[in-house]
Design a protein around this ligand. Structure first.
Ligand code: GDP
Ligand code: MG
Length: 406
C-alpha cells in the first residue's frame, strides 16, 4: 500500500467560532483514513481567507521550503477552483482540500451500487469547476485526457464529457432509488415503526444498532466507517418490533455536493417515525457536532420528525458538563448503561398515538391472533371457551381493522 506524505495547512481566524485544534485533529484523521501520513501542519493567523491563495502570499512562499519529501498539500477548508489553480502553480505540487479527502474516503468505502453511483456523481461535480486549474500530469491521473498542448478547447470537451457522465449516473441512480421505494412501500404495509440513527460520525450509531441486532454492521473508530444505510428488525424490550436503520455519519463541512448526492441514501431517514440523534458526550466539540447534524438534516428537508437525543459514551467522562437538549437519554453502549431506559423512551415516543384494544378473537381466526402476537406486546391474554381474549395497544390502522372483535 502506498502511503503519501502530506503537509496540512489551516487558517486560524482571529474570531473563531470553533476549536481549530479539534478541526485539525479531524483533518489528520481524514488524511490517515486516506493512507496519508501527516508530516507537518502549518497554521496562519488571518482575519479572513484570501481569495487568491486562501492564505497570504508570504506564507505560500514559506511553504515552498517545507515541501521536501512531501507528496501533497492539503488545506483545512474547501478551496475555490481559482485558489487550487494559483496554489498548484505556485507550489508545483498536488494541492487538495478537506472536501477532496472526504470524497476519497467515500470512494474507498462505497460498497453498494447506489453509494458508488452517488460518489461518482459527487466526484464529477467537484471536478467540473476545477478542470482548468489542474496540472496536466495530475489531471491525466484523475481520468482527464492528458492530451498536451490542447489548452482551452480540450478542457471544454472534457467538461462536456463529465456533464454527460453526471446525467447518465443520475439516471441510473434514479432507477435504483425508485426500485427501493417500491420495496419500502411494501414494507410500510406492515405498519412497522421506523427509527433512524443520525448524528456526527463516530458517535456510536453503528454500535447501538449492533446492540439491538444480531446481524452486525461495521463499527469502527474511524470517520465514515458506514456509508450505506442498513436496516434491521429490532425487538425493543424483547417484544416491541420496529425497524431501525443506521446511516452515514455527518461531519463538519461535509461538501455540499456530497450531501446532495447522499440524499437518496438518507431517504429512509425521511420516512422515519423517530430520529435517535446520537451524540458523543465525551467530545469537546459536542455542541458543534449537534449543530452540524441539525444543519444537514435541515438541508435534507427533515425538520418535523420527532427527535430523541441520545448522549452516548458517558463511561468516558467523569461528570456531565453539557446541557442536554430535550428529550434526551444518557447512555453508554459499551457499558450497556441505561439502555433499558432508552428503549422505554423510544417506545413511549413511538407509540403515543396507539389505541388500547380489548378484543375477543374466535379460535377460527388464528391468523389474526398470530398477526397481533407477532407485531405487538400483549398486556393481557386469556384462552376462553370460544374466544381468545387480548388486551393490547395497536396502531390506528390495526385498531380500525380489529375493532370488529370487540
Ligand atoms: P458511528 O460512526 O456513529 O457509527 O460510530 P461507531 O458505532 O462506529 O463507534 C465509533 C467508536 O466509538 C467505536 O470504536 C466504538 O467502539 C466506540 N463506542 C461506541 N459506543 C461507545 C461507548 O458507549 N463508550 C465508549 N467508550 N466507546 C464507544
Ligand atoms: Mg457507523
Amino acid at each position: 500500500m502506498i502511503i503519501l506524505n502530506v503537509l496540512l495547512v489551516a487558517v486560524e481566524y482571529f474570531s473563531m467560532n470553533y476549536d481549530l485544534q479539534v478541526s485539525i485533529e479531524e483533518l489528520i484523521q481524514l488524511a490517515n483514513a486516506c493512507n496519508m501520513e501527516v508530516k507537518e501542519v502549518i497554521i496562519q493567523k488571518l482575519n479572513e481567507r484570501t481569495p487568491q491563495y486562501y492564505i497570504g502570499k508570504g506564507k505560500v512562499n514559506e511553504i515552498k521550503n517545507h515541501l521536501y519529501d512531501i507528496d501533497m498539500v492539503i488545506f483545512n477548508e474547501e478551496l475555490s477552483p481559482m485558489q487550487v489553480k494559483n496554489l498548484t502553480d505556485a507550489l508545483l505540487i498536488e494541492v487538495s482540500d478537506r472536501s477532496d479527502l472526504i470524497l476519497r474516503i467515500f470512494e474507498q468505502r462505497a460498497k453498494s451500487q447506489e453509494a458508488k453511483l452517488q460518489v461518482k456523481i459527487a466526484r464529477n461535480q467537484y471536478l467540473l469547476p476545477r478542470l482548468a486549474g489542474m496540472r496536466k500530469d495530475i489531471y491525466s491521473q484523475q481520468g482527464g485526457s492528458g492530451f498536451r498542448g490542447s489548452g482551452e478547447k480540450q478542457i471544454e470537451l472534457d467538461k462536456r464529457m463529465i456533464h454527460k457522465q453526471i446525467v447518465q449516473y443520475q439516471k441510473e441512480l434514479n432507477q435504483l432509488v425508485s426500485r427501493r421505494q417500491t420495496q419500502r412501500k411494501r414494507r410500510k404495509k406492515h405498519d412497522m415503526k421506523i427509527v433512524s440513527l443520525v448524528g456526527y460520525t463516530n458517535s456510536g450509531k453503528s454500535s447501538l444498532l449492533n446492540y439491538f441486532s444480531d446481524k452486525k454492521v461495521l463499527e469502527k473508530d474511524m470517520l465514515f466507517a458506514t456509508l450505506e444505510t442498513s436496516t434491521r428488525a429490532v425487538a425493543l424490550n424483547h417484544q416491541q418490533k420496529i425497524l431501525m436503520n443506521d446511516t452515514v455519519g455527518f461531519i463538519d463541512q461535509l461538501p455540499h455536493h456530497l450531501i446532495k448526492a447522499f440524499r437518496s441514501t438518507l431517504e429512509e431517514v425521511k420516512e422515519a417515525d423517530l430520529l435517535l440523534h446520537v451524540v458523543d458526550a465525551s467530545s469537546d466539540n459536542l455542541q458543534k457536532h449537534i449543530d452540524t447534524t441539525k444543519e444537514v438534516l435541515k438541508e435534507l428537508g427533515i425538520e418535523n420528525t420527532p427527535v430523541l437525543y441520545v448522549y452516548n459514551k458517558i463511561d468516558k467522562i467523569q461528570e456531565t458538563i453539557f446541557v442536554p437538549q430535550d428529550p434526551y437519554v444518557i447512555i453508554s453502549v459499551k457499558e450497556e448503561y441505561n439502555l433499558d431506559i432508552l428503549q422505554e423512551k423510544i417506545i413511549s415516543l413511538l407509540f403515543n398515538d396507539y389505541e388500547q384494544l380489548e378484543i375477543f378473537i374466535p379460535y377460527s381466526e388464528g391468523k389474526d391472533y398470530q398477526y397481533l402476537k407477532q407485531n405487538y406486546p400483549v398486556d393481557k391474554e386469556e384462552f376462553l371457551d370460544e374466544y381468545i381474549y387480548l388486551s393490547l395497544k395497536v396502531s390506528l390502522n390495526d385498531y380500525n381493522y380489529f375493532k370488529k372483535y370487540r
